[in-house]
Design a protein around this ligand. Structure first.
Ligand code: G3P
Length: 222
């Protein structure tokens, strides 16, 4: 399973990269705004800064919503760095644009996917990644993980190569369940990745090992 970090925060991206388990970065306009990145020039500089930190792919989202503008914006983003994956919303012109990008060798991440039908369209258009937002589905009392399961079944039925990128991950159990269901990728905040580390028995076990080692060393010296 690939691990992407879902943030535009450079310190958190560095921390995840240093951990050695990072396979990619996903951003969106809200995450950029959260870091105070505004204006086209600053947004571009920020994408380049992210690309400099990571040895992985970086999803950069278009803000255009009509076909011509999505193509123009996506091509400009893709030219910035070979790590860039153009993130395109699941709208009619977005599907057309994904097909265009696929035909022109540009990698895409189809975002804002909330149904199996949308995921099927993204795969038919040749999206590199499809991003079902499972946390936001859970937030409204529907079954986010059920959607991951449905998409896995549909893609396996037809051998679609589009990678399922479980997004809008809220906690460690989402990651575990997505791994069990066969999501190819998960993207989450750093806190969720670090949350996977934690187990109280690891902490107490380590404390005991270190204490026993210290006791034995002290006894040997006495
Ligand atoms: O990057 C897209 C997605 O992961 C957003 O997550 O937490 O805003 O629902 P969230």
């Amino acid at each position: 399973m690939k691990f992407f970090i879902d943030t535009a925060n450079l310190d958190q991206i560095k921390e995840a990269q240093d951990l050695g388990v990072l396979d990619g970065v996903t951003t969106n306009p809200s995450l950029m705004a959260k870091e105070g990145i505004t204006g086209d020039e600053n947004v571009i500089k920020h994408y380049l800064a992210i690309c400099d930190i990571v040895d992985a792919n970086v999803s950069a989202e278009v803000i255009s919503t009509d076909f011509e503008s999505i193509i123009k914006e996506g091509e400009a983003l893709a030219k910035l760095n070979e790590k860039i994956v153009v993130k395109v919303p699941m709208i009619k012109d977005g599907v057309k644009a994904i097909k265009y990008f696929t035909d022109h060798g540009i990698k895409t991440n189809c975002t804002l996917v909330f149904s199996a039908g949308q995921a099927l369209l993204a795969a038919k258009a040749g999206a590199t990644f499809v991003s079902p937002f499972l946390g936001r589905l859970d937030d409204i009392g529907t079954d986010g993980l059920g959607l991951i399961e449905e998409i896995r079944l549909i893609y396996d039925n037809y051998g679609y190569e589009t990678q399922i990128l479980a997004a809008s991950i809220r906690h460690s159990m989402h990651v575990i369940e997505c791994a069990k269901l066969g999501a190819d990728v998960m993207t989450s905040p750093l806190s969720v990745i670090l949350g996977l580390l934690k187990h109280p028995l690891t902490d107490t076990g380590l404390a005991t090992f270190l204490a026993d080692h210290a006791k034995a060393a002290a006894a040997a010296k006495a």
